[in-house]
Design a protein around this ligand. Structure first.
Ligand SMILES: [Zn+2]
Length: 190
């Protein structure tokens, strides 16, 4: 029974990102959506351990165009790239999307920040757009910050293990094959 329940929950979460545009009058509309654990689980951003990004969407419907402004704000918990312990990453960023409405469009054209879709489209599914926005906003490297003395505040146990490892590696590099050294010398003599 358990998987069925979570399927329903994930569908509900995905449905929150579907904004109905059909029949809506020209004007401005606001939406707030929580990008929470269930969002990160179904979107494939599985590195995110916990945390919450509040997403505010401002949608302006014009005659043949829809303008969307996205504002993400919150904090995500990601594994540290050095020690794998969780690190809180505060995020506050914006993105936007322009949707052009045209007549008789069979295949919608969805490029990064410009979509061209049929004017009779029922709803905008922003799930994937939101996923990509967050993915691009995540830092390339997540690390625990250094303390005042300039030492990393990572898990001390892992740090000492890493130090040990790098010591062994340096030693290994020093113990090179004497034949290679001989070759190197020949090369240097030329
Ligand atoms: Zn760390």
């Amino acid at each position: 029974m358990q998987p069925k329940k979570s399927k329903v929950e994930s569908n509900q979460k995905q449905d929150e990102f579907k904004l109905r545009i059909s029949g809506k009058e020209i004007g401005k509309y606001s939406y707030s959506i929580d990008c929470d654990k269930s969002f990160f689980e179904i979107s494939g951003l599985s590195d995110v351990e916990s945390g919450l990004l509040k997403l505010q969407i401002e949608m302006e419907i014009l005659e043949k165009m829809i303008l969307l402004d996205f504002h993400f704000k919150g904090e995500l918990v990601l594994p540290c790239d050095r020690c794998l312990d969780p690190v809180s990453v505060p995020l506050d960023f914006k993105d936007n999307l322009v949707v052009k409405l045209v007549a008789m469009m069979d295949e919608p054209c969805e490029e990064d920040d410009l979509w061209i879709i049929d004017e009779n489209t029922y709803e905008l599914d922003l799930f994937h757009f939101v996923y990509e926005s967050i993915l691009l906003a995540l830092p390339i490297q997540v690390l625990h910050p250094d303390d005042e003395a300039g030492n990393p505040t990572c898990n001390p146990l892992i740090l000492s293990k890493l130090k040990e490892l790098s010591r062994t590696e340096t030693q290994f590099e020093e113990d090179t094959d004497p034949r290679w050294d001989a070759l190197k010398n020949i090369k240097n003599d030329q």
